[in-house]
Design a protein around this ligand. Structure first.
Ligand SMILES: Cc1cc2nc3c(=O)[nH]c(=O)nc-3n(C[C@H](O)[C@H](O)[C@H](O)COP(=O)(O)OP(=O)(O)OC[C@H]3O[C@@H](n4cnc5c(N)ncnc54)[C@H](O)[C@@H]3O)c2cc1C
Length: 258
């Protein structure tokens, strides 16, 4: 006895063997290949008449495997919300410099704030900034979040600074007026020596994996380069006994703004 291979394909919304009018994407794990017997008999001395039994069956799709999310709440030593809007920290600007060329379509500034080590953060965390002044309702401005762009050691390597990369927001509204974003313009215009009100550190979702062999995929679209500057700084500019980057498992995708 010979054997033939038939494909049993399941479609999510149809029990009939005809194809549904709507095209659906079938994931490979829902296509099963099944061996069924092939019956044949000799009809003459010269050849064979072959009878093929075609079989189309429908099966319910197996529910997708549940992804177990690893909680980072118990990560040791990761500080969050040490400073909150009601008890913020006053940092001092050490440096603020434009890092985009004059012919670039927008402006991005790199700034370093002195924290005296009072904001212990990890690569991948953010800080909040409360810009000076009041909003149109006469209330203090609300804080805006900014990804930390320096490694945990800071740009000066003494764990006493935090750096940001900030894009100056300027756009034209529907009435044709030029509008400047409150906090980004406040930050980009800060002069060395001035004070800035900050909160945080914030977030545990984007911390670097402890395993140096873990695959790291960094997608920097538009202005989202700041957190990856902190990753790359730690990976390539610093030496850590407990962390040596495996470059073959790290991927960095950067969208240019040309
Ligand atoms: C976790 C996190 C990390 C971040 N990290 C960074 C960072 O590293 N660097 C950085 O530069 N930013 C970062 N941001 C964005 C940042 O928090 C602010 O949103 C940004 O700087 C704009 O704030 P602003 O006060 O200047 O603008 P606002 O005065 O708050 O104005 C923003 C508002 O203007 C309006 N607007 C903006 N563009 C247009 C437009 N083209 N047309 C019409 N209306 C428009 C929208 O209503 C928008 O909500 C981050 C945000 C988050 C949540």
């Amino acid at each position: 006895m010979a054997a033939a291979v038939t494909a049993a394909v399941s479609f999510p919304s149809s029990k009939s063997s005809s194809l549904p009018s709507r095209t659906s994407i079938i994931s490979p794990d829902r296509i099963t290949l099944k061996k069924v017997p092939l019956y044949y008999r000799d009809a003459s001395a010269s050849g064979r008449v072959v009878s093929i039994r075609a079989q189309v069956t429908t099966t319910e799709a197996a529910p997708p495997a549940k992804v177990v999310k690893e909680s980072k709440k118990q990560d040791e030593g990761v500080v969050v919300n040490k400073y909150k809007p009601k008890n913020p920290y006053t940092a001092r600007v050490l440096l603020n410099t434009k890092i985009t060329g004059d012919d670039a379509p927008g402006e991005t500034w790199h700034m370093v704030f002195s924290t005296e080590g009072e904001i212990p953060y990890r690569e991948g965390q953010s800080i909040g900034v409360i810009p000076d002044g009041i909003d149109k309702n006469g209330k203090p401005h609300k804080l805006r979040l900014y990804s930390i762009a320096s490694s945990a050691l800071g740009d000066f390597g003494d764990s006493k600074t935090v750096s940001l990369c900030v894009k100056r927001l300027v756009y034209t509204n529907d009435q044709g007026e030029i509008v400047k974003g409150v906090c980004s313009n406040f930050l980009c215009d800060l002069k060395p020596g001035s004070e800035v009100t900050v909160t945080g550190p914030v977030g545990k979702e984007m911390l670097m994996p402890k395993d140096p062999n873990a695959t790291i995929v960094m997608l920097a679209t538009g202005t989202g380069i700041a957190p990856f500057r902190s990753f790359l700084w730690k990976m390539f500019f610093e030496k850590h006994e407990d962390y040596k980057v495996n470059i073959s498992t790290s991927w960095f995708f950067l969208r240019t703004l040309l």
